[in-house]
Design a binder for this molecule. Structure first.
Ligand code: ZN
Length: 290
């Protein structure tokens, strides 16, 4: 079950190595590096020239957010140094999951899982799930599952499709289009929302202006619309998903449904507004017409 670096992969980790990673645009890096993970730390550090196109398949051994947590207060009984102890095993399935998500070879996958574990022992959220297994979560959207005896890493899972923990920590931006439509919004719409703890898409602000305020969302009404939308959104604050990635929906007292999207390291975004049946301007118009 244990996977140790083989001689050829160890040779690749010695000094005078060249960075084997890729820039955002897909060009090979080749900068010199002495780091164990083979990354120079200067380029974007992607292991594959292009972002993956196939959908993410859930790993059977991966920590599931549906598994009930039995105790959230215990800490895994290991010190950070022990993440690199050869007595601690990393299962084949965890390594294969890592390679399938990020690319690269098994030896670097194991080295990076151990490095993630080292960080999670120090700074992560530790949970015990049903059956006694340990789940360690990073705020940035990475998690590891360990055996009940804390002797083996059983599973790896991440909300990111492409970037490793090391890349996310280093601030390398995603190559995937944001799920919450960030890049489609114009600069002035984003600027209106600077400093807010949530973000609204242009479509949401248009709909809110029309349905709630009875106005248009324009540059001149924009500030007022954003303030009103933000103020009303504070009445519906759903609990974010535990891995900080996913969707939540909440309905306010007037029957307006707020659809929130979460991404690790980003503010929550309101990506859609809808009305409960019988609520909103549509319902009011029908009532008036009958
Ligand atoms: Zn590089």
């Amino acid at each position: 079950m244990l996977n140790r670096p083989n001689p050829s992969s160890l040779a690749a980790l010695t000094s005078n190595s060249r960075c084997s990673r890729y820039e955002r645009g897909g060009s090979r890096c080749h900068r010199p590096t002495r780091r164990a993970d083979g990354w120079c730390g200067t380029c974007a550090g992607f292991r594959r020239p292009q972002k993956p196109t196939d959908p993410v398949v859930p790993c059977p051994a991966a920590p599931s957010t549906r598994e009930p947590v039995t105790a959230a207060t215990d800490r895994l009984p290991l010190t950070s140094d022990e993440a690199h102890d050869p007595q601690l095993g990393v299962t084949r399935s965890a390594i294969e999951r890592y390679c399938a998500t990020h690319g690269g070879d098994r030896a670097t996958a194991e080295a990076e899982i151990r490095s993630l574990l080292e960080n999670l022992i120090a700074t992560g959220t530790h949970q015990r799930v049903e059956g006694g297994a340990w789940r360690l979560l990073a705020r940035e959207g990475f998690s590891l599952l360990l055996s009940a005896d804390a002797n083996r890493v059983l599973g790896y899972s991440t909300a990111h499709r492409d970037r490793t923990y090391g890349q996310v920590k280093a601030g390398v931006p995603s190559r995937s289009r944001s799920r919450s439509g960030h890049r489609r919004d114009k600069g002035w719409v984003l600027a209106l929302q600077d400093g807010l703890p949530v973000r609204f898409t242009t479509l949401v602000l248009r709909r809110f202006a029309r349905d709630v305020l009875g106005t248009e969302f324009t540059r001149s009404t924009g500030k007022k619309v954003v303030e009103a939308a933000y103020s009303r959104s504070t009445h519906v604050q759903p609990d974010p998903p535990s891995n900080h990635a996913g969707r939540r929906r909440a309905t306010d007292e007037a029957g307006l449904r707020w659809h929130f999207a979460y991404e690790p390291g980003e503010r929550p975004a309101v990506i859609h507004l809808s009305w409960e049946p019988g609520c909103g301007p549509q319902a009011a118009a029908q009532e008036g017409g009958s």
